[in-house]
Design a protein around this ligand. Structure first.
Ligand SMILES: [Zn+2]
Length: 234
């Protein structure tokens, strides 16, 4: 017997546009009946292209050169791609062998866009859990990151969404996510802190409460605990 949770991109679009709290987000993401037919906010590429052209013109960028004439259309398609998650189906299986050690996917590459400047941030995620009665297909740990990254984000929220959904879906003994990312809104502009990495973590269950399990998780992920900016775990 398998348990399934389907997350629908239309629902993400809905949630990305409705100013929801984290608690609401988690609830929506984890209620299959809410994750199906939401009032989808579709992508209007021609409107996005017109807006991109206006935006560039307002910044004094002239589009009458050959290399730039298609830029508004390319901009629209590029952002549409960044905000288009594939549907995600999280299927869990019984932990028949009683596996009780950490399962960690290390250095999962991700890219997303910061919701404050709409500039990219990218890095790696380490996602893992200590199994209870059920286990999850290994590739789903990476898919979970990809799914929540496909919308304007903050690193803190992305970290929490990945850990929370893993915890809710698989009901493990513990679960955690650590993200290391470089934000171009910090490295290319503003303070221009080139090479700086932001590290965030959310730890749940035994990974939060048991110091030994926690340090094992950090050690396998290759992250020193003292480097963590620390995101509120529950
Ligand atoms: Zn930013």
């Amino acid at each position: 017997m398998t348990h399934e949770l389907t997350l629908d991109p239309a629902d993400v679009a809905h949630r990305a546009n409705a100013d929801l709290t984290l608690a609401d987000e988690a609830e929506l993401a984890l209620s299959p009946e809410l994750a199906v037919a939401k009032d989808a906010v579709g992508v209007d590429l021609p409107a996005a292209e017109r807006a991109a052209a206006q935006f560039l013109a307002a910044l004094g960028v002239r589009l009458d050169r050959e290399g730039l004439s298609e830029t508004p259309a390319r901009m629209a398609r590029a952002y549409a791609e960044l905000f288009a998650p594939e549907p995600l189906r999280l299927t869990t299986f019984p932990n028949a062998e009683g596996y009780s050690e950490l399962v960690i996917a290390r250095r999962i590459p991700f890219r997303t866009v910061c919701e404050h400047h709409l500039l990219p941030f990218s890095g790696v995620a380490h996602v893992g859990y200590l199994p209870g009665e059920r286990i999850l297909g290994l590739s789903k740990l990476a898919r979970l990151v990809e799914y929540f990254a496909a919308r304007p984000q903050t690193q803190e929220r992305l970290t929490k969404q990945v850990a929370d959904s893993l915890f809710e879906c698989v009901s493990p003994v513990g679960a955690g996510a650590i993200l290391e990312a470089e934000h171009t809104c910090m490295t290319l502009r503003g303070v221009r802190a080139v090479g700086s990495m932001t590290v965030t973590s959310t730890l749940l269950g035994s990974l939060r409460e048991d110091p030994q399990a926690r340090s094992e998780f950090f050690a396998i992920a290759g992250v020193a605990g003292r480097d963590l900016a620390g995101v509120a775990a529950r």
